[in-house]
Ligand binder design. Structure first.
Ligand code: SAM
Ligand code: GLN
Length: 284
C-alpha cells in the first residue's frame, strides 16, 4: 500500500491541479497542505517523508477537490494576508487584492499628516482597507460601512483579531443612507466596479465564488462612483479628501466626475501600470 507522505501528497495535489487547469498548481498545493497540517512552509519541507494521518488525508482530499472546482484558496483556508496582516475571509466577502494595497498606502500617507482623522470606508467587505489604514495611522478612527450584514460581521471579527475594535465603528448602510449628517476627514472606497457585461467573462474563481454584490458596478461599472461622488458634499470636511480604487479604464471617467464637483485630482498606477487609485482633494 502506498504511504502518503508530505512529499507524495504535495506532488499528487500539484499534478491534480495542473490537470484541472489551475494557474499556480504548486503554490496552491503548498498553501492548502500548510493549512491542513497547520504548519509553515519550512516544516512542510523538513517533514517531507512524514506520513499524513488518516483525517489529514481526508481533509486534504476535500480541500484539493474544492480548489480543482475553482474555489479560491483563500475561501478554503479561510484567510488571506493584506498589507502583511492576516484577514479572515468567507464567501460573504471579497478576497482582498494586492492591487488594493496601493489605495491603502496613498491614504496612509495623507492621513498621517492630519490630526486625529476620522475616515469612512464604504463597502468595507472584510475590513481590509479600513483596518490596514487604522493599523498604519495610530491616531485615526474609522467608520466601516457595508450593505451586507454578513460582511460587516467578518469585518468586526477581523477588527477584534487585529486589536483595532476601539477605533472602528461598524454601520450597516446603503452608502451614506445610514450615516445621518456625519462628516469625515476622508472617504475611501473600493466599490463594486465590474461592468455588468464583463461579469460572465471573469475567472471562475471570481465569477462563481465571490459575492456578486461585491463586483457588479452597473452597465459601465461606474454606478457606485457616481452615487458616492454625488452624495459626498455634506459628508466630507472642507480640507478632506476622497480616494477610490478604480477598475481598468475607469480612472479617467472617475477623475472627470470628481473635477465636475470641484475636486483637484491625482492618480496612481498599480504594478501592472494600470491607473488604479483616484484621489480628489477639495479646491478652495
Ligand atoms: N473593501 C473591501 C476590499 O477592498 O477588499 C471589499 C470591496 S468589494 C469590491 C465591495 C463591497 O461593497 C462589498 O463588500 C459589498 O457588499 C459592498 N457594497 C455593495 N453595494 C453596497 C452599497 N450599496 N452600500 C454599501 N456597501 C455596498
Ligand atoms: N478587483 C476585483 C477583480 O476584478 C473587482 C473588485 C471590485 O469590483 N471592486 O477581481
Amino acid at each position: 500500500m502506498a504511504v502518503w507522505t508530505v512529499g507524495a501528497v504535495l506532488s499528487w495535489s500539484t499534478d491534480y491541479f495542473e490537470r484541472h487547469g489551475i494557474d499556480t498548481p504548486r503554490i496552491d498545493a503548498e498553501v492548502i497542505l500548510m493549512h491542513i497540517l497547520n504548519k509553515d512552509r519550512i516544516h512542510i519541507y523538513t517533514e517531507f517523508d512524514k506520513p499524513l494521518q488518516q483525517d489529514e488525508l481526508s481533509r486534504l482530499h476535500d480541500a484539493v477537490k474544492r480548489r480543482a472546482e475553482r474555489e479560491p484558496v483563500a475561501y478554503i483556508t479561510g484567510h488571506r494576508e493584506f498589507m502583511g496582516m492576516p484577514f479572515a475571509v468567507t464567501h460573504d466577502v471579497l478576497i482582498p487584492r494586492p492591487d488594493t494595497e496601493i489605495l491603502v498606502e496613498k491614504a496612509v500617507a495623507r492621513l498621517n499628516k492630519m490630526e486625529s482623522p476620522v475616515f469612512l470606508d464604504i463597502g468595507t467587505g472584510s475590513g481590509a482597507i479600513a483596518l490596514a489604514v487604522l493599523h498604519f495611522v495610530p491616531s485615526a478612527k474609522a467608520v466601516l460601512v457595508d450593505v451586507s450584514s454578513a460582511a460587516l460581521r467578518i469585518a468586526a471579527e477581523n477588527a477584534a483579531a487585529l486589536g483595532l475594535t476601539e477605533r472602528a465603528e461598524f454601520i450597516e448602510s446603503d452608502l451614506f443612507a445610514g450615516l445621518d449628517d456625519r462628516v469625515f476627514d476622508a472617504i475611501l472606497s473600493n466599490p463594486p466596479y465590474i461592468p455588468d457585461g464583463d461579469i460572465a467573462g471573469l475567472a471562475p474563481e471570481v465569477r462563481d465564488y465571490e459575492p456578486h454584490m461585491a463586483l457588479a458596478g452597473g452597465a459601465d461599472g461606474l454606478d457606485f462612483y457616481r452615487r458616492i461622488i454625488d452624495e459626498t458634499p455634506g459628508h466630507l470636511e472642507s480640507d478632506g479628501f476622497m480616494s477610490f480604487e478604480a477598475g481598468i479604464d475607469e480612472a479617467e471617467p472617475i477623475a472627470e466626475l470628481l473635477r465636475a464637483k470641484g475636486f483637484e485630482v491625482s492618480t496612481a498606477k498599480d504594478l501592472a501600470g494600470i491607473e488604479r487609485v483616484v484621489t480628489g482633494v477639495k479646491v478652495h
